[in-house]
Design a binder for this molecule. Sequence first.
Ligand SMILES: Cc1cc2nc3c(=O)[nH]c(=O)nc-3n(C[C@H](O)[C@H](O)[C@H](O)COP(=O)(O)OP(=O)(O)OC[C@H]3O[C@@H](n4cnc5c(N)ncnc54)[C@H](O)[C@@H]3O)c2cc1C
Length: 483
Amino acid sequence: MMTHALGRVPSSLTGQIVTPGDRRYAQLRSTYTTSASPAAVLLPKTTAQVVDAIRYAREQRLPIAVRSGGHGFSGASSNNGGVVIDLSMLNRVQVLDERAGLVRVEAGARWANVAKALAPYGLVISSGDYGGVGVGGLATGGGVGWLVRTHGLTIDRIRAVEVVLADGTLVRADAEHEPELFWLVRGAGAGAGIVVAFEIEAAEQRNVGVAQLVVEAHADGRTVREWASCLAQAPRELSAAAVLFAEGRSALMSITAVVAAESLRRVRPVVEPLLAIGKVLEHRTDLLPYPTLVPTAHLHPNVGQQRGTTTNGLFSDLDDAGARAVTRAATGPGRAVIQLRSMGGAVNDVAADATAYPHRHQNTLVIASTFPPQGGAALDIAWRTVGARADGAYVNFESRPNPAAFARIYPGETGARVRRLWKRYDPDGVFRSALLTGQSQRSGQPARSGQPQRSGQPARSGQRSGQPARSGQRSGQPHRRRR
Ligand SMILES: Cc1cc2nc3c(=O)[nH]c(=O)nc-3n(C[C@H](O)[C@H](O)[C@H](O)COP(=O)(O)OP(=O)(O)OC[C@H]3O[C@@H](n4cnc5c(N)ncnc54)[C@H](O)[C@@H]3O)c2cc1C
């Protein structure tokens, strides 16, 4: 393997650079989806050290990857032969104003730790369904969480961000100061700079109602259609995820429905319509503390253990043909694992041009994944009919970033503005997104690099996902394999 002689690290980062000879390297080189061999991983602990890390990384004239929790699907938070700026030590969660629910969260924190830190205050931030996901990646793209219809996307509750730009300038952006950067970071933040911290308005909530159902999914798509129309009409206290997977010649839907209510008496009537969408094989409803949904049991090192290919599409309505196509994607030749996520509610209160996430009229997000030995070709077969009907896409569930994906994620005027602002804040393309170039870290060969070293495949567990991790074993991630 060719190696690049790295320059001397600045004294402020002594001990915080990890290179291949270091025993920490094995746990820091890769991401959740991708094994990689960077020349160095920098571990800044402060904003000033992030500034130094960017300067140092740029001086090396090597590709630069930014990592918060390492769960990005494209694997872009590591690289081969380049420098990774890993923010995992920048992970504080501070309640700034308890009455207003204002919280400062550093980018390297994981959502499990955010939920745990806020629980004593009776506060929650709707983030995602997985405790191990990092704040930085999720909160720069969107954030479709367990309370998404109640509180909107994670980015909808961001009130200010602290960003280190490619030239090392630290900028605090909010609605009044640097509003263009503030707009960009909420939906297209990967490519703007390194966000070191977010100020987020948390919501008051201690417990949530959680219903877990397994329903037979009819091959003609009617169960999926019923699920989608039930959610589109539901009160915004209800948010839900469902995983659809083949079972013989038909499919099963494993549904997790979360109700923002503090008593089972209020939870049950909200969940009831879901019990009528098809033949219910299993069902239970509980009242659980919110952190149960994003537990610390999800925290683990990332060693490229979850290889797979993922894409997604948004839908205003899933009509008969759309619902049939979605069901067929799970049961047909490609055999993708399909996840449905409820959108709408508070997400659609926000104007389409208010943030760089413009999709404010859709009600359902459909996510499709295939896993080895199936690859992208199988996903394309499974997804073709569904994808043709989709109305937009969400950046954080796309493992193959390229210009076509950019056009689905940032359509029209949003896309033009994102391109313009990425260029303004990062004129040299230090953080240039693979959405523009089509060269993802997974397949791209950097200028002076070693070859990617793929890890072994983890065993399939056959578990049904779309479930909160009551015991730390089940999660709502868009696949059904153990981590
Ligand atoms: C198991 C699993 C479950 C998931 N569940 C959900 C879910 O329920 N809802 C949802 O919305 N998403 C979900 N996602 C998708 C998730 O939002 C994205 O994968 C997200 O990018 C992960 O963030 P991270 O910080 O862990 O990733 P990383 O791999 O660290 O980062 C991903 C990319 O984001 C950019 N980035 C990271 N940190 C920063 C920063 N501080 N400043 C600027 N750019 C940065 C970089 O370009 C980086 O390549 C899930 C992903 C997985 C793997």
